[in-house]
Ligand binder design. Structure first.
Ligand SMILES: [Zn+2]
Ligand SMILES: [Zn+2]
Length: 285
C-alpha cells in the first residue's frame, strides 16, 4: 500500500475544541510521520444564534471573539513562519480554514476569506437549526425530535445551498449526520443520501469542488470513513474528481491517523488525492 503523505484537516490550538498543540508541534510530528504537505484548518463558526457557544477562536491561550481578527493575523503569521522554517525538511504547510456553514452568514464568510490569503477553504455542516449535530451532547436534541425524512430534507437542502454559495473549495465529512444519527435511527440513516446526494455531486463536479475523505470516524468507532464507500463511489460516478484526505486531528496523536487506508480507498476507485495552494487544487502524485 502506498503511504499517504498529506493531511488536509488539522485543528491546532486556535480551535476552542482542540488540544493546546501549536502549529509548530504539528509540523514536527508531520515530519516524523513522513508527511510532505499539510494544511491547518482551524474552526470558524459564525451562527449568531450560537454566538455564546462557538463564535470563538483561541489566541495565545485566551478565548477571543472570531470577529476579533487579531487571531487570524497571528494564525497567518505563525503559518508563514513554519512555511519558511520547515521548507528545508521538505514539508509544505498550507493555511486553511474549516467553516461551519450557516445560512445568512455568507457575507461574513466572504469578508474573512477575501481578506486573508487562504490556501484552502473547507466547508462543513456542523449545525442544523442551530443545534450541533457534530456534538455527542447536543445532537440527541436534534435527532430525537425529527423524523428520518426530515433529517434527510434538512441536511441535503443545506448541503446544496452550501455548494451553490460558491464560497468553499471542498466539503468536509459530507455524511457527518451518520456519526450520532445512527444511535437514533439505526442503519436506516446509512442510506438517506440515495437520490439526494447525486445531483449535489454533479453540481460539485461542475464547479470543480473537492470532496474530503475524513478519517476521524474510525477513531469514533464508526466502521467507515466520512463519506462511506457507497458515497465515494457515487461521487466518482457523478464526476467529482478532486479529493483531499484529512485526519481532522484535534490532538497530536490524531495527526495522520488512517491516512493510508483513506489513500487506498481512493486508489481502489482510481481517484486522485489533491493538495491546495492559493485555493487551487493540484493533483498530488
Ligand atoms: Zn468538521
Ligand atoms: Zn474539523
Amino acid at each position: 500500500m502506498k503511504a499517504a503523505r498529506t493531511d488536509y484537516h488539522i485543528h491546532p490550538n486556535y480551535s476552542i475544541d482542540a488540544s493546546p498543540v501549536s502549529i509548530k508541534e504539528y509540523c514536527y510530528k508531520a515530519i516524523e510521520l513522513g508527511l510532505v504537505d499539510i494544511c491547518f484548518t482551524t474552526h470558524l463558526e459564525l451562527d449568531p444564534v450560537r454566538k455564546d457557544i462557538d463564535n470563538y477562536a483561541v489566541l495565545n491561550g485566551e478565548k477571543v471573539s472570531v470577529y476579533n481578527y487579531a487571531w487570524l493575523d497571528n494564525y497567518f503569521y505563525e503559518i508563514t513562519r513554519v512555511q519558511e522554517e520547515f521548507r528545508a525538511d521538505g514539508l509544505k504547510v498550507k493555511a486553511g480554514i474549516e467553516i461551519g456553514y450557516c445560512r445568512g452568514t455568507e457575507k461574513d464568510i466572504e469578508k474573512i476569506i477575501n481578506n486573508y490569503p487562504f490556501d484552502f477553504v473547507l466547508g462543513a455542516i456542523h449545525c442544523i437549526d442551530h443545534i450541533a449535530i457534530s456534538s455527542k451532547k447536543e445532537s440527541p436534541q436534534y435527532f430525537q425530535s425529527r423524523s428520518l425524512s426530515q433529517v434527510r430534507a434538512d441536511y441535503f437542502s443545506i448541503l446544496r445551498e452550501m455548494v451553490e454559495s460558491g464560497l468553499f473549495d471542498s466539503i468536509a465529512h459530507i455524511d457527518l449526520y451518520r456519526r450520532y444519527g445512527i444511535s437514533q435511527f439505526g442503519s436506516k440513516i446509512l442510506t438517506i443520501h440515495r437520490g439526494a446526494i447525486e445531483p449535489i455531486f454533479m453540481e460539485m463536479a461542475r464547479r470543480e469542488m473537492g470532496l474530503e475523505i475524513n478519517t476521524s470516524s474510525l477513531r469514533r468507532g464508526l466502521k467507515e470513513f466520512h463519506p462511506s464507500r457507497e458515497i465515494v463511489a457515487l461521487a466518482a460516478k457523478s464526476g467529482v474528481k478532486i479529493f483531499t484526505i484529512g485526519s481532522d486531528a484535534h490532538s497530536l496523536e490524531q495527526l495522520g491517523e488512517y491516512l493510508d487506508e483513506a489513500h487506498a480507498l481512493l486508489e481502489e476507485y482510481n481517484l486522485v488525492n489533491h493538495v491546495y495552494s492559493c485555493r487551487r487544487a493540484i493533483p498530488f502524485a
